[in-house]
Design a protein around this ligand. Sequence first.
Ligand code: ZN
Length: 181
Amino acid sequence: MLASWMGNPMHTLVLDPGFLPIKVISWRRALCLSFLDKVEVLASYEREVRTVSHSYPTPSVVRLLHAARPGPQVVRFSRKNVYLRDNHRCQYCGVQYSDHELTLDHVVPRVDGGKTTWTNVVTACAACNRRKGGRTPEQAGLPLRTRPARPKWTPMTLAQRLPVHDVPEAWRTWLGVASGR
Ligand SMILES: [Zn+2]
């Protein structure tokens, strides 16, 4: 069994047999695929995963050895992904902020039965969130800039939308992201 180092958000970029990036998976999954000989490892992170008897480099970029079955690729609902969907822009005042200055706002407040879903959660700056309080945009007189929706992009597009310093160095060649910033 793999010894764990929990809480590390490292991900692995997956390329199809023709070297085109297709998705992002967890390094654990990537390591499993590599043990199963389903992928070849093209690049690794410096950090190693240790088991009782061995240590393995953590895969950063892997290439599928056989074409994958096409399946639905959905973007997971998460704070970070909502920020990315909204381009880090407060959906009330329209100003762009960095992650730590942003909050998630329930358009229809939770107390009124508003769900935590792509269509009811938007990016809001702390000031707008406070101003809106537990009210709907109409009640608060704070109209939404865009109607929130589930993003149409795939986990792949997500990687391309990440700030360049969040994209692992080894991925940049494959994603066509400029280096050196
Ligand atoms: Zn705002």
